[in-house]
Design a protein around this ligand. Structure first.
Ligand SMILES: Cc1cc2nc3c(=O)[nH]c(=O)nc-3n(C[C@H](O)[C@H](O)[C@H](O)COP(=O)(O)O)c2cc1C
Length: 191
């Protein structure tokens, strides 16, 4: 079993990455393979509404000069997906939004290729906007018939500078429990 995570922060080893690693640790304890893909510092274009994905219906995007098709391949090959983003002006980062829109549309057009994958959002904020970003990421999963495991709170951590999220005890616990529940659910579904 495998879970792929996409880090939408341009800070490759920042708070979002740290939070994802907390979830990964629980998955790995249960023998689930993990892979972290850095998208935040990549040039990813937004959806250009060409609707070619609906015509080809192959689950991939007509824009082929960035990493989105590679991300889609990794999503389709995985049993679980995590999308992590810091809060930027109350929203996901630009790169995260581009991934959400294009992967969401292509997967739907390909015949709901994310259906019943176990999917979760991971969010870090300095102070405000985490629930909104949590919802924005979950929209991708909800509109694709994914299955969303829960934790003890919204999947969010608090921190500004790199590493500060580790001081958020409740946030760390939330990510740990998310990892436990994600592993539990994956194992049940694959049993
Ligand atoms: C352009 C920009 C906008 C931000 N907007 C918000 C915001 O709206 N709310 C908030 O709580 N934090 C905001 N932050 C702070 C980040 O969410 C916070 O520093 C987070 O820990 C960054 O995660 P990272 O280390 O994974 O990049 C913003 C940071 C930047 C660079």
């Amino acid at each position: 079993m495998k879970v792929v995570a996409f880090n939408g922060s341009p800070r490759e080893k920042g708070n979002t990455s740290i939070a994802i690693q907390i979830v990964f640790a629980e998955l790995e304890k249960e023998g689930i393979e993990t892979e972290l893909v850095q998208i935040g510092s990549n040039n990813i274009r937004g959806c250009n509404a060409c609707s070619k994905c609906k015509k080809t219906a192959d689950g991939f995007c007509a824009i082929n000069d960035d990493i989105v098709n590679e991300c889609l391949k990794k999503m389709y090959a995985s049993d679980g997906i995590i999308i992590g983003s810091p809060v930027y002006f109350g929203s996901v980062t630009t790169e995260t939004k581009a991934l959400i829109d294009r992967s969401g549309l292509c997967a739907r057009a390909g015949g709901y290729l994310l259906k019943r994958k176990v999917c979760a959002a991971v969010v870090v904020a300095r102070r405000q906007g985490a629930v909104s970003v949590f919802n924005q990421i979950n929209n991708l999963f909800i509109l694709n018939q994914a299955i969303i495991p829960c934790s003890i709170y919204w999947n969010m951590g608090i921190g500004k500078n790199i590493g500060e999220v580790e001081n958020d005890e409740e946030g760390m616990k939330t990510f740990k429990v998310l990892g436990e529940n994600m592993a539990w659910l994956l194992k049940k579904l694959k049993a």
